[in-house]
Design a protein around this ligand. Structure first.
Ligand code: T3D
Length: 262
């Protein structure tokens, strides 16, 4: 598949993925979602990639579904809405299933599917001028891309309900204050800061970070008893990694550890 709408580059063990349809605020057409899902699958398969950085080209992060594709001009075939959503679901599953840290640099507005793709990342940084809009209700739709899963868990049901029903725009500062995202960054520093964070993560015990992600994925569906079992199983796995040995040795030898991600 050609990378027409998602630019990809790999450096310092970080795969940088840039949504690239700036003329329509990086709204998602079918091919862009396919390319993005393929990029996450490739990141999972490539041992040389230990973290992912996702951002958007131009002034927006992503304005959600390309509405020109969802409801095309008369005479052109209209895609089944269920097929569009199934394709997004495959993307969100690929993102949450990728056992490597995913940093999101929200460089501008993140609306509809775009907002929820951002919330599916592990560490979300937003430029101070960026914003999040659960735009779905304004066009008669329901939040998708995991929005009804992530948002109430991040900000609580009362705030999630108001954001989903009123489609209010939430500025980056408020999103951070509400716990929707990790932090805001001055716009001019966003990419440097997000990249430094992704590179730093890529030098860490990334197998262990992937297992933390697996534990967090599991926690929402589990009671304490089951989650303790999950932790035990994951700790056995983490305890078998070379990075665990290296971490302990480095501590004992009072030196910086050299983690390899295994
Ligand atoms: O089938 C399905 O739809 C199922 C899947 C649903 C998932 C979803 O994501 S539903 C939600 C879809 N997204 C939206 O409803 C958001 C629509 N966009 C906006 O509300 C606004 O554009 C923004 C608030 C995001 C930004 O506003 P603003 O004033 O900064 O920019 P703008 O002037 O509205 O947009 C700039 C251009 O981008 C403009 O094109 P033009 O006039 O310069 O040729 C606009 O049409 C285009 N654009 C923005 N969003 C979309 C889009 N084109 C296609 N699809 C979009 N989503």
């Amino acid at each position: 598949m050609t990378d027409r709408f998602v630019l990809r580059s790999v450096g310092e063990a970080v795969a940088t993925l840039t949504l690239n349809r700036p003329e329509v605020l990086n709204s998602c057409n079918r091919q862009m979602v396919d390319e993005l899902r393929a990029a996450f699958a490739d990141a999972a398969a490539d041992d040389g990639v230990r973290a992912v950085l996702l951002t958007g080209a131009g002034r927006a992060f992503c304005a959600g579904q390309d509405l020109a594709e969802a409801v095309p001009p008369a005479g052109e075939p209209t895609p089944q809405i269920g097929d569009i959503v199934a394709n997004y679901n495959a993307l969100i599953r690929a993102m949450r299933g990728l056992e490597k840290p995913v940093v999101c640099a929200v460089n501008g507005v993140a609306a509809g599917a775009g907002a929820n793709i951002a919330l599916a990342c592990d560490l979300v940084l937003a430029a101070d001028g960026a914003s999040f809009i659960q735009a779905f209700s304004k066009i008669g739709l329901v939040p998708d891309n995991g929005g009804t899963f992530f948002l109430p868990r991040l900000v609580g049901t009362a705030r999630a309900t108001s954001l989903m029903m009123l489609a209010d725009k939430v500025g980056a500062a408020q999103a951070a204050e509400w716990g929707m995202i990790y932090r805001t960054v001055p716009a001019a520093e966003l990419m440097t800061t997000a990249r430094a964070l992704a590179v730093e993560l890529a030098t860490q015990p990334t197998r262990g970070l992937g297992l933390i992600k697996r534990a967090l994925n599991a926690t929402w569906a589990n009671d304490l008893d089951r989650q303790l079992d999950v932790e035990e199983a994951l700790q056995r796995e983490a305890g078998g990694t070379a990075d665990y040995m290296e971490g302990v040795r480095a501590f004992q030898e009072k030196r910086r550890p050299r983690f390899v991600g295994r």
